[in-house]
Design a protein around this ligand. Structure first.
Ligand code: 13P
Length: 253
């Protein structure tokens, strides 16, 4: 049985004072809730404020991106060690917005996963197809390539540190959610891929989150599916009441 995992991706929202305020509301709402793992991923500049604010709570801290090099002349970038140093535990890698707006490739995703694990960070690796690709019924082909190239030469031990998030691009910020059925089909495809390419045991343990317009009203349908182990939540994670309801509803599946 995989423990539900609800992660909030704040994207480019919330300055430090707003982050502290949002965390304190969330903390009050979730209390010592233990039936799901809870994560927030604020932007870099609010990580320290969030780190301070989550103290003595069940909430964990993640970042939204990182560079694969440890240090050097990479203006504007942040390394895994820098994140680790300020108490970050998780890092989102290969989000579709990074792939789309910053041309991130599967090869870069691969380097980032390896660098994150070496620095003792836990990667949340995003995969997912665009609307056009789904309309051409290429969604499995696209996700398979993202997995094959993104997870190239990773070990079983590495995989134990990883969470995968399936985020169909057409469902992000659009209010269109994949149906539980559609999402579960892809989630089981993803789990099968890990069974074939890693091991049954590693694939059984792996948590695969769904992302794309997750709300308090649709989380129950999603989490009830066998291969959906939680959610990567964008917009609704900025609303403490909605995010709390998603967390609480995630353990009812
Ligand atoms: P929304 O929940 O706003 O659709 O965003 C999903 C997402 O991209 C999470 O990483």
């Amino acid at each position: 049985m995989r423990k539900p995992f609800i992660a909030g991706n704040w994207k480019m929202n919330k300055i430090a004072t707003e982050a502290a305020d949002l965390v304190s509301k969330l903390k009050e709402n979730v209390g010592s809730f233990k039936d799901a793992d809870i994560l927030i991923c604020p932007p870099y500049t609010s990580l320290l404020a969030a780190q301070e604010a989550i103290k003595d709570s069940v909430i964990e801290l993640g970042a939204q991106n990182m560079h694969w090099e440890a240090n050097g002349a990479f203006t504007g970038e942040v390394s895994a060690a820098m994140l680790k140093d300020i108490g970050v535990k998780f890092v989102i890698i290969g989000h579709s917005e990074r792939r789309k707006y910053f041309s991130e490739t599967n090869q870069q995703v691969n380097k980032k996963i390896k660098a994150a694990i070496s620095a003792d960070l836990l990667p949340i690796v995003c995969v997912g197809e665009s609307l056009e690709q789904r309309e051409q019924q290429k969604e499995k082909e696209v996700v398979e390539k993202q997995l094959r190239e993104g997870f190239d030469s990773l070990s079983q031990a590495d995989l134990e540190k990883v969470t995968v998030a399936y985020e169909p691009v057409w469902a992000i910020g659009t209010g269109k959610t994949a149906t539980g059925e559609q999402a579960d089909q892809m989630h089981s495809f993803i789990r099968e891929w890990f069974k074939k390419n890693f091991s049954d045991q590693a694939a059984e343990k792996l948590r695969v989150l769904y992302g794309g317009s997750v709300k308090p009203t649709n989380i129950k349908e999603l989490i009830a599916k066998e291969n959906i182990d939680g959610a990567l939540v964008g917009g609704a994670s900025l609303k403490p009441l909605d995010f709390t309801e998603i967390i609480k509803n995630s353990s009812l599946g």
